[in-house]
Write a protein that binds this ligand. Sequence first.
Ligand code: FAD
Ligand code: DHB
Length: 394
Amino acid sequence: MRTQVGIIGAGPAGLLLAHLLHLRGIESVVLEARSREEIEATLRAGVLEQGTVDLLEESGVGERMRREGMLHEGVILRFGGLSHRVHLAELTGGRAITVYAQHEVIRDLVKARLDRGGQILFGVKDVSLLDLDTKLPKLRFHGADGAVREIACDYIAGCDGFHGVSRPSVPSRVRREYTRVYPFGWFGILVEAPPATEELIYAYHDRGFALVSTRSPQVQRLYLQCNPSDAPGDWPDGRIWDELHARLAGNDGFKLAEGRIFQKGVIAMRSFVVEPMQHGRLFLAGDAAHIVPPTGAKGLNLAVADVRVLAQALTGFYASGRSDLLERYSETALRRVWRAEHFSWWMTSMLHRFHDESPFHHRLQLSQLQYVAGSRAAATMLAENYVGLPFGEN
Ligand code: FAD
Ligand code: DHB
């Protein structure tokens, strides 16, 4: 088999890349280890930056998002028993976020590819990357039927997430990795309940962080800081509600609506970047190249930003034979990656309890929160990073 761009992974990065390339007349094949049902049911991110929303709309896959997604022009910081609104739109010239679940984006992108005759091979196994230093790199794998297959490509896009095979295929002597692991995780739940708030609440409390998000008028998404080694069984429903009520309590009458909890999961927190994001004819994009702790809501958005740059660079190559954009891919993408890494680390550090911290550190966190809540300059810094800097301005 032969294609122009071989893509490993049908997450947001791989699927959107395949779609953007198709719009520019470039052929690709996507290899995915899991089934279509599994990728369309995996619960993850929920917050789309303005640039992500614009790109999905411009590329013709934003129709359902526009109908079902929820536009939020502000976000709430809650501490000391009070809520403080950061007016995102006013501070950023009208930019905002849209709450629309990642698996809905996945469903829209899979449908767009399959409706247009695109190739996504689900259920493949043992993918290996060969001849990356040559002009004809190859992907070898077992198809869903068990047969060994090989695809020769001009280029390979490694969009297979943090635990994929692409990054380890880059020789360790040319890889530089930057890591930070946090001493806590997030416990995430889905609840059948009406929204408790019109905008997301990021809460800092002595007992730890809590986040109130939403999915629909009937389903809410809530997170709370937990021990990274906790399992769902450590958190019976009563304990979850006690913690959420305590961490969100205040003097302003705010009340979280309870409901039936129908999904529970623990999320690890880490920061990670590999440099460069390219080796020979392999380009890494999304979680394959970098991870952020979820506090800044940046992971999915960074995956989208990477493939936007990569699709432009590949278009330059196929349209006019220029390779300079491809050569600069890593440098261009990493500028935005490090901005998001810093923002995500900063939000995480400001909003979580570090259990080895001193009272001095706790006071610094409160002072930082008060400054963001009270200063237009500081709030603007949060707002422009949270809604996402315009592409090319980082
Ligand atoms: P992935 O989504 O991980 O996709 C990789 C794909 O590759 C998978 O489908 C996998 O099955 C496949 N694959 C892996 N290995 C192989 C292989 N060897 N062969 C073939 N296929 C393979 N980000 C935000 O922007 N906003 C948020 O609000 C947010 N909240 C989050 C909340 C949670 C609970 C979690 C877990 C994450 C959150 N994130 C958020 C992060 C976001 O979900 C990820 O950054 C995003 O999924 C990255 O997309 P990706 O396409 O790079 O990788
Ligand atoms: C959601 C996830 C995040 O990581 C975040 O910062 C905000 C919202 C969500 O799943 O809704």
